[in-house]
Write a protein of this length. Structure first.
Length: 159
């Protein structure tokens, strides 16, 4: 079974959204045989990746950073989307953190990088804004020797 994980920004500018969707679909739709997709289901890149992975027939494994993770969602719509995706998951992994901290996010991100054959990064190439951010997880995966596919349009930065 091929295993693909995601790391990425919560905020994806509208001018890059279609490009990101197409890039994720290209990565997920081009495999023969069973596929397992790893995501923490955060708003933005994680949820978009999970949606496309499920459309492509992948088994979804969700990696939940903390016990209070649902409290981190900013709107009712994104929380409902998270719950729908989580309900469709084939497997759920919970990190041992009670609270959503940078350390919890780092643990979830490194778990995904450790578990996948390829990491997809919805990433503008800039340094992480905090411990466990996209840039740090990309560096971690690359240090492991994991292939990393960056999906972004050059010249666009996140908000």
């Amino acid at each position: 079974m091929k295993r693909i994980g995601v790391t990425g920004h919560r905020s994806i500018p509208i001018e890059v959204l279609d490009h990101v969707r197409d890039g994720l679909r290209a990565v997920l739709d081009g495999h023969d045989g069973p596929l397992e997709a790893f995501s923490s289901l955060a708003e933005g890149a994680d949820q978009l990746f999970a949606d496309i992975a499920l459309e492509c027939g992948a088994d979804l494994t969700v990696v939940i950073p903390s016990g209070d993770y649902e409290e981190t969602f900013e709107g009712a719509e994104s929380l409902a989307h998270y719950r729908r995706l989580k309900h469709r998951a084939a497997q759920e992994i919970r990190m041992g953190f009670d609270r959503s901290t940078d350390e919890a996010y780092y643990a979830a991100g490194t778990f995904i990088a450790d578990s996948c054959d390829r990491l997809v990064a919805v990433w503008d190439g800039l340094p992480a804004r905090g411990h466990g951010g996209t840039g740090e997880i990309v560096a971690y995966a690359r240090a492991l020797g994991k292939p990393v596919t960056v999906v972004w349009r050059e010249g666009v930065t996140r908000v």
